[in-house]
Design a protein around this ligand. Structure first.
Ligand SMILES: [Zn+2]
Length: 219
C-alpha cells in the first residue's frame, strides 16, 4: 500500500506530500540565494536538492540562475531520475545527487557549487585529496569534537560522463566526512537537513579559501 507521501494520481504521477514539497522548495530557494551571495553559483552553475518523504527528490531544474530561483525552478524526480513533478529536465549532475541519497540514508539535502577557491585549488593540486588540520572550523563536520584532527577532502577528476563519474565517487562515499571536490569544477556537500548542509558548505568553502591564502603566503 503506498504511503501518504507518494500516492499515485490519475495521470500516474505520484501525489507528493504538499507540505513537505512546499518546505523543500522554500529551503532550496533560500539556499540558492545564500550561495549566490557568496558567489558560489556563477552563471547557471550549481544545483541544489532535498529528499522528499516518498523517496522522490526535489531538485533545481537544468539552467537558470540559482540566486533567482522561484517555485517553478524546482522539479521532483524519482530515485531513477524521471521527472514526476514540474516542467523542465534535471541537469546531468542530478545523478550525483541521487547517488548520495541512495548510498547515504542520513543525507536529506545536497548542495553543489562552483566557487573560485574550489576551482583553483583543485586544479593546483595533483594529488587525489586535500587535507585540513588544525582549523577550528573542522568541528562543523559530523563527529568532529576538536580542531586537533585531520580531515580529508577527496578530489575526483572532472568528467562530462556523469554516470562514469558516479562509478568513481561511489566507493569513496561511505568514508567522506566533508563532501568531495571535482577538479576544475566544484564541491558536493550534504547533510541531514538543509541548514546543516549549508553550514557544512560554508565551513568547507572557508577552509578552501584559507588553504588558497596559505599557498599564496608560501609562494
Ligand atoms: Zn557543476
Amino acid at each position: 500500500m503506498p504511503d501518504a507521501g507518494s500516492r499515485a494520481t490519475g495521470d500516474g504521477r505520484p501525489d507528493l506530500d504538499r507540505v513537505a514539497w512546499d518546505r523543500a522548495v522554500g529551503e532550496i530557494i533560500r539556499a540558492g540565494q545564500r550561495m549566490d551571495r557568496h558567489g558560489w553559483v556563477p552563471g547557471t552553475a550549481g544545483n541544489l536538492s532535498h529528499r522528499l518523504p516518498g523517496g522522490e527528490v526535489a531538485l533545481t531544474r537544468s539552467g537558470g540562475h540559482k540566486g533567482f530561483l522561484d517555485p517553478g525552478s524546482v522539479i521532483a524526480v524519482d530515485p531513477d531520475g524521471h521527472v514526476v513533478r514540474g516542467a523542465g529536465r534535471p541537469s546531468a549532475e542530478a545523478l550525483l545527487h541521487l547517488q548520495i541519497y541512495a548510498e547515504l540514508p542520513q543525507a536529506n539535502a545536497v548542495l553543489h557549487g562552483h566557487s573560485v577557491p574550489a576551482t583553483v585549488l583543485s586544479m593546483a593540486t595533483e594529488t587525489a585529496a586535500l587535507e585540513f588540520a588544525g582549523f577550528e572550523l573542522l568541528k562543523v563536520f559530523e563527529g568532529q569534537q576538536s580542531h586537533a584532527t585531520t580531515l580529508t577532502l577527496p578530489i575526483l577528476d572532472n568528467d562530462q560522463d556523469i554516470a562514469r563519474l558516479c562509478t568513481r565517487v561511489g566507493p569513496l562515499l561511505p568514508g567522506m566526512t566533508m563532501g568531495y571536490l571535482i577538479r576544475g569544477h566544484g564541491v558536493y556537500v550534504w547533510g541531514p537537513c538543509m541548514e546543516t548542509a549549508l553550514a557544512r558548505l560554508e565551513g568547507l568553502e572557508f577552509l578552501l579559501a584559507c588553504a588558497l591564502e596559505q599557498r599564496r603566503l608560501r609562494a
